[in-house]
Design a protein around this ligand. Structure first.
Ligand SMILES: NC(=O)c1ccc[n+]([C@@H]2O[C@H](COP(=O)([O-])OP(=O)(O)OC[C@H]3O[C@@H](n4cnc5c(N)ncnc54)[C@H](O)[C@@H]3O)[C@@H](O)[C@H]2O)c1
Ligand SMILES: O=c1ccn([C@@H]2O[C@H](COP(=O)(O)OP(=O)(O)O[C@H]3O[C@H](CO)[C@@H](O)[C@H](O)[C@H]3O)[C@@H](O)[C@H]2O)c(=O)[nH]1
Length: 435
C-alpha cells in the first residue's frame, strides 16, 4: 500500500515517518520548501524526541518528501495533516490550508483511493470536503473520505504515533474501515489498540471534545489555585487528594501558568465558534470561562512580579523556558513567552533561556534578550520565573543560583521545583496556588 501525507508539520512529518515504520511506501508533501529539504536530509525541522532516528532509518528508502503534489498520484491512502490555526479575524479555525490542500490533491486522486483527514477541524468539515471531492472528480473516479483524528502529544509524538491509546475511524462504509484497519494492522495487533469505528461527524467531534475536556481539567485546577492563593491552601496537595479518586484521576491536574501550544487554546476557541454557528453556543459557553481562567494565569504571574518588585521599568527578569511544554521547541501560544512578552512591554529587561526553543522564540519575540544557559539567564536577575518545566531546571542548584542573582526571588509557574531547597538557600519561593 502506498501512502501520501499532506502537510509535514509537527503532526504530518511524524505521521509520515510512523507510516514508513509500519512498512508502507510514503511520500510527504508540503508547500514549505525549506521544511521539505530538511526532511529529505533526514533532519527534523522541529525538535521532537525519537524523531530523527526514525527519519534516518526511512528517508531515501520507504520515505520521501516533496513540494510537488503530483507525486501523490500513485498513493492509495492520503492523510491530510495540514494546519488549522486560529483565524486572524475571529476565534474560528482557518480552513484555508485544508481546503487548499484538498483542491490541490483532487486532480491526482486515483480511482479507489481513500482521503483521510487527520487535522483537527470544525464538525461538518468532512461532509463538506467529501462533496467538494465528489463534485470535482470525474465520474470514472471514485474517491472515499474518512476522518481519523490524531491525539498525539508533542514531546511524545513518535510513541503516540506508533502506539496510540485509541484509534478513531470516522467512515461512511465498510471499505474505508477495512483500508484503515489495514493501515493500522500492526499497531492494532501488537498493542490491542481500542478501535472506535464511527461516522464522520462523531469522529470530528471526538477530537475537539477530548481537547476541550483536557483544557477544562487544567482550568478547573487553575481555578482551584486561584482560591488556594486567597486562602493559603495548597493546590498541589488538593490535586493529589482529588486525583486519588479514580473517577477524577491525577493526570492534567497540574496547576500553574496554564495551557498553551498549537492545539488546546485554538481548539476550544474554534469549537466555541462552530457551536455558535450551529446555534449551540450556550452548550459550550463554559469553554469561554476555561479560556478566561487560562489567560488569567499569565496575567497573574506578571502581577506577582510587579507586586514583588514594585515597578517593572528597567528591572532584570530571568525567564526559564520558552516552549509551551518541555521536550518540545514549539512556542505557539506559549504561556512562558506570553508572560515574558508582557513583562518586556511593561519595561522589564527580560532574558529568556530554553533548551530547545530559542530560535523559534527569537523569531517571534526578537526584542527579548536570550541567554545560552539557565545560569547565564539568571545573572543579575531581580526575579527568576520558572515557566516551562524542563527537567534541567529542576536540577539547578538553588545555592549556586543564589550567587548569580541580584535578588533571590523565584516564581515557580509549574509548581515542580524543590520549594524547601530554595527556601533553605535563602530564596523567596513563590508557587502558584501553593504557599
Ligand atoms: N501538533 C500536534 O501535536 C497535533 C496533534 C494532533 C492534531 N493536530 C492537528 O493537526 C493539524 C496540523 O497541526 P501541526 O501542529 O502539525 O501544524 P504545523 O503548522 O506544524 O504543520 C502544518 C503544515 O501544513 C503545511 N501546509 C499548509 N498548507 C498546505 C498545503 N496546501 N499543502 C501541503 N502542506 C500545507 C504547512 O506548511 C505546515 O508544514 C492541525 O489541525 C492540528 O490541530 C496537531
Ligand atoms: O496538568 C497539566 C497538563 C498540561 N498542562 C499544559 O497544557 C498544555 C498542553 O499540554 P499537552 O496536552 O501535553 O500538549 P499537546 O502536545 O498540546 O497535546 C494536546 O493537544 C494535541 C493536539 O490536538 C492532542 O493531540 C493531545 O492529545 C493533547 O494532549 C501545555 O502547555 C502544558 O504545559 C498544564 O498546564 N497542566
Amino acid at each position: 500500500m502506498r501512502i501520501s501525507v499532506i502537510g509535514t508539520g509537527y503532526l504530518g512529518a511524524v505521521h509520515a515517518a510512523g507510516m514508513a515504520e509500519l512498512g508502507f511506501d510514503v511520500v510527504g508533501v508540503d508547500v514549505d520548501a525549506a521544511k521539505i529539504e530538511t526532511l529529505n536530509q533526514a533532519r527534523m525541522p522541529f525538535y521532537e524526541p525519537e524523531f530523527e532516528p526514525l527519519l534516518a532509518k526511512h528517508v531515501g528508502k520507504g520515505l520521501r518528501f516533496t513540494t510537488d503534489i503530483a507525486e501523490i498520484a500513485d498513493a492509495d491512502v492520503h492523510f491530510i495533516c495540514v494546519g488549522t490555526p486560529q483565524r486572524r479575524d475571529s476565534p474560528a479555525a482557518d480552513m484555508s490550508a485544508v481546503d487548499g490542500s484538498v483542491d490541490a490533491m483532487i486532480p491526482f486522486l486515483k480511482d479507489g483511493s481513500l482521503v483521510v483527514g487527520k487535522s483537527t477541524v470544525p464538525v461538518g468539515t468532512a461532509e463538506r470536503l467529501a462533496e467538494r471531492i465528489e463534485v470535482a472528480t470525474p465520474e470514472s473516479v471514485t474517491v472515499e473520505l474518512a476522518w481519523n483524528p490524531e491525539f498525539l502529544r508533542e514531546g511524545f509524538a513518535v510513541q503516540d504515533t506508533l502506539h496510540p491509546d485509541r484509534l478513531v475511524l470516522g467512515v461512511n462504509g465498510d471499505n474505508a474501515e477495512s483500508i484503515l484497519r489495514e493501515v493500522y494492522a500492526r499497531t492494532i495487533a501488537e498493542d490491542q489498540t481500542p478501535v472506535v469505528v464511527t461516522d464522520l461527524p462523531t469522529a470530528e467531534l471526538v477530537k475537539v471534545a477530548a481537547n476541550s475536556f483536557l483544557a477544562t481539567k487544567i482550568s478547573f485546577i487553575n481555578a482551584m489555585a486561584e482560591i488556594a492563593e486567597l486562602t493559603g491552601a495548597d493546590v498541589t496537595q488538593l490535586a493529589d487528594a482529588i486525583g486519588h479518586d479514580d473517577r477524577i484521576g491525577r493526570k492534567f491536574l497540574n496547576a500553574g501558568v496554564g495551557f498553551g501550544g498549537g492545539c488546546l487554546p485554538k481548539d476550544i476557541r474554534a469549537f466555541s465558534a462552530r457551536a455558535a454557528e450551529l446555534g449551540a453556543g450556550q452548550s459550550v459557553a463554559f469553554l469561554h470561562e476555561v479560556d478566561a481562567i487560562n489567560q488569567r494565569r499569565r496575567d497573574h504571574v506578571v502581577n506577582l512580579v510587579r507586586t514583588h518588585l514594585g515597578s517593572l521599568a528597567g528591572r532584570r527578569v530571568a525567564v526559564l523556558g520558552a516552549a509551551f511544554k518541555p521536550n518540545s521547541d514549539d512556542v505557539r501560544d506559549s504561556p512562558a513567552l506570553s508572560i515574558a512578552g508582557q513583562l518586556h512591554l511593561s519595561g522589564a529587561r527580560v532574558t529568556v533561556y530554553d533548551p530547545k526553543a530559542m530560535d523559534n522564540a527569537a523569531r517571534i519575540f526578537p526584542t527579548l534578550d536570550y541567554a545560552d544557559s539557565a545560569s547565564a539567564a539568571v545573572e543579575g536577575a531581580e526575579a527568576v520565573l520558572h515557566l516551562t518545566e524542563w527537567p534541567e531546571f529542576r536540577e539547578l542548584d538553588p545555592e549556586q543560583l543564589a550567587a548569580s542573582v541580584a535578588t533571590k526571588l523565584i516564581i515557580d509557574g509549574r509548581n515542580v521545583l524543590d520549594r524547601e531547597a530554595y527556601r533553605n538557600a535563602g530564596w523567596t519561593y513563590v508557587g502558584l496556588g501553593r504557599p
